[in-house]
Write a protein that binds this ligand. Structure first.
Ligand code: NAD
Ligand code: DAU
Length: 357
């Protein structure tokens, strides 16, 4: 069956990796990327595939309904992987408006456009819409709590998490009410190539290379469940191709690590792998700063459902994945250096001025 896949947010971190994964794994599928190229979008991530004519790139916003209608019809879209979003928790605390506009209203607009397109089709039996979400919608775990799973009640605690929770509810409501073939996935923290420098792992690596402080929020004891992005892409592929519409799949790495331990692992890898560093050992750069307001203590995912139902499980251990990630950032300075623009530098300065005060 012919597949025409639209990937929203395809110039971002996870969707950019998904675009590369899909292009290699499904050479006969038509690929279309829609991305607004916000500060987090980087066309360079997928430029080789655009240049090779492997995908159509559309620069535009998921809130632009006429554009969506045109794009869905012109490319005869049958499948959607919806990843476009405002994704950074710290930015949602200082400026929540963009999160509501994109994550809530943008998802609504895309669902409505896809519904109209789907309702006008002759035989859309195999069509799918995958809404990609986060474990942050479940709230925060204490150390002794069991991991989140598909039955955990929603309890979002940051503006980012609340906006993603709202979009998950919309996606499920469109499935329940209109029968739209929607699937939802909730995933833990990803890491790997093409990760924007504001996030903890790339921020740590780049700051070590530049001899800058590594800001650790609070006492560094908050825990995240880390998943290598390629493993997430394989999970999304399984859900989109073999998942049952109406279902939710929790995806996680089974790799719980406290932030300070993670940063120390990264420091050790950089000391080993980076040829020259301004400060060595890198751990000397660690600086404890004031905590993120409302900082969730711990996230962890029980991924048994997707393992049992779709046969997916992570293949990359955190040791392997972190080493690969360090090697990638060392070998791809030309990808991340242009992202350290004046605009980005002034955002980071504001963040740390507030945290060090
Ligand atoms: P990202 O910030 O790296 O990329 C988001 C992309 O969306 C960017 O390319 C940006 O330009 C684009 N975009 C933003 N607003 C848009 C709009 N209005 N219209 C069109 N494009 C727009 O994000 P990411 O970290 O790759 O996350 C992708 C998705 O996965 C998000 O939905 C996020 O909630 C979810 N998720 C992320 C993680 C993680 O660890 N990063 C974990 C679980 C789920
Ligand atoms: O859990 C999934 C979520 O993971 C996704 O939904 C989000 O889109 C993604 O950004 C990520 O959110 P986090 O807030 O967990 O990621 P971040 O890299 O911002 O922070 C990871 C942890 O490190 C968190 O506990 C806060 C802490 N931190 C972060 C930064 C940027 C620091 O200690 N210092 C920092 O400078």
């Amino acid at each position: 069956m012919t597949r025409h896949l639209l990937i929203t947010g395809g110039a971002g971190f996870i969707a950019g990796n998904l675009v590369h994964h899909w292009a290699a794994a499904h050479p006969n599928d038509t690929l279309v990327v829609l991305d607004a190229l916000t500060y987090a979008g980087n066309r360079a991530t997928i430029e080789p595939l655009i240049a090779a004519g492997r995908l159509s790139f559309v620069h535009g916003n998921i809130n632009d309904r006429p554009l969506l209608d045109r794009l869905l019809a012109e490319h005869a879209i049958t499948h959607v992987a919806h990843l476009a979003a405002e994704s950074h928790v710290d930015r949602s605390i200082t400026g929540p408006g963009a999160f509501l506009a994109t994550n809530v209203n943008g998802t609504f607009t895309l669902l409505e456009a896809f519904r109209a397109h789907w309702q006008s089709a002759d035989s859309p039996g195999h069509w799918r819409f995958l809404h990609v979400s986060t474990d942050e919608v479940f709230g925060s775990l204490e150390p002794s709590d069991p991991p989140f799973n598909e039955t955990t009640a929603y309890s979002p605690r940051s503006p980012y998490a609340a906006s993603k929770a709202a979009s998950d509810h919309l996606a499920r409501a469109w499935q329940h009410t209109y029968g739209l073939p929607v699937l939802v996935s909730n995933c833990s923290n990803n890491y790997g190539p093409y990760h924007f420098p504001e996030k903890l792992i790339p921020l740590t690596l780049i700051n070590i290379l530049l001899g800058r402080s590594i800001p650790v929020y609070g006492d560094g004891s908050n825990v995240r469940d880390w998943l290598y992005v390629e493993d997430h892409c394989r999970a999304l592929e399984s859900v989109l191709l073999r998942g049952e519409p109406g279902r939710t799949y929790c995806i996680g790495g089974c790799n719980e690590v406290a932030n300070l331990d993670l940063v120390r692992l990264l420091c050790a890898l950089m000391d080993e792998l980076a040829p020259e560093l301004p400060i060595r050992p890198s751990e000397e750069l660690i600086r404890f700063v004031s905590d993120r307001p409302g900082h969730d203590r711990r996230y962890a995912i029980d991924a048994s459902l997707i393992q049992n139902e779709l046969g997916w499980q992570p293949q990359v251990t955190v040791e392997q994945g972190l080493r690969r990630t360090v090697e990638w950032y060392l070998a791809h300075r030309s990808w991340w250096q242009p992202l350290l623009s004046d605009q980005y530098a002034s955002y980071m300065e504001q963040q740390y001025a507030a945290r060090l005060a």
